[in-house]
Design a protein around this ligand. Structure first.
Ligand SMILES: *Cc1c(COP(=O)(O)O)cnc(C)c1O
Length: 216
């Protein structure tokens, strides 16, 4: 199957409440266009400059999601067009997003990335700190917290993945009522999105299953 057919098949297989982010990092404008032809309109990138140049070249009805770690000093390169930032894990970053959003007279939607994996990782907020961050974000009018994001440990152990996704779903259920705009739980990638959907994900981020393996 080519990219267009793979995209179509994946879209058709998903429950209607699950949004698909096609992760196109390292992939060419031509490859992205094939997924676009299948009707896909949401694409995810993990490098801001790469996303910005693809945004310039591709049709403007694409919603671009930043799924990677974000350095504060680079927010300005995407503030005018980014649709959703998945990897927010500090108040410092939220303040910078606020500052850049106001310059463009827009509200930028963000997900708070929670550290759920057992493996050591620098990224993601410890879950104990979520409540304080949500409280602090209330003072940032141009930032809209739309939900949570998380990545499970990279492992074949399905029980562990299920455990970690359930943990994030529980946390999401706890904070969801804090604001009407909290409606997104981004979890699941090519290898684990079926488990993630079973655990309550409503947004999956799938790259290699659509575009094939990445050559970095
Ligand atoms: C690369 C990436 C994905 C997609 O990974 P695949 O295994 O290719 O589906 C999803 N989420 C994040 C945060 C990523 O960096």
């Amino acid at each position: 199957m080519d990219i267009k057919d793979k995209t179509k098949a994946l879209i058709d297989s998903l429950p209607s409440h699950v949004a698909l982010v096609a992760v196109s990092k390292t992939k060419s404008v031509e490859e992205i266009s094939q997924a676009y032809e299948a009707g896909q309109r949401v694409f995810g990138e993990n490098k801001i400059q790469e996303m910005a140049s693809k945004w310039e070249e591709l049709p403007k009805d694409i919603a671009w999601h930043m799924i990677g770690h974000v350095q504060s000093n680079k927010v300005k390169y995407m503030a005018h067009f980014v649709d959703l930032i998945h990897g927010v894990d500090s108040f410092k970053l939220l303040k910078e997003i606020q500052k850049q959003a106001i310059k463009h007279d827009r509200t930028i939607r963000c997900l708070i990335q929670i550290r759920i994996a057992e493996e050591e990782t620098k990224f993601g907020l410890p879950e104990e700190e979520l409540e304080a961050l949500l409280k602090a974000a209330e003072d940032l009018p141009n930032v809209q917290i739309a939900g949570l994001m998380g990545m499970a440990t990279f492992t074949d152990n399905q029980n562990q993945i299920t455990f970690e996704f359930n943990k994030l779903k529980d946390l999401y259920d706890k904070v969801k009522s804090s604001s009407a705009s909290m409606n997104t739980l981004s979890m699941g990638m090519s290898g684990d999105y079926s488990i993630a959907i079973e655990c309550g994900s409503n947004m999956i981020r799938v790259g290699s299953k659509i575009f094939g393996e990445r050559n970095y």
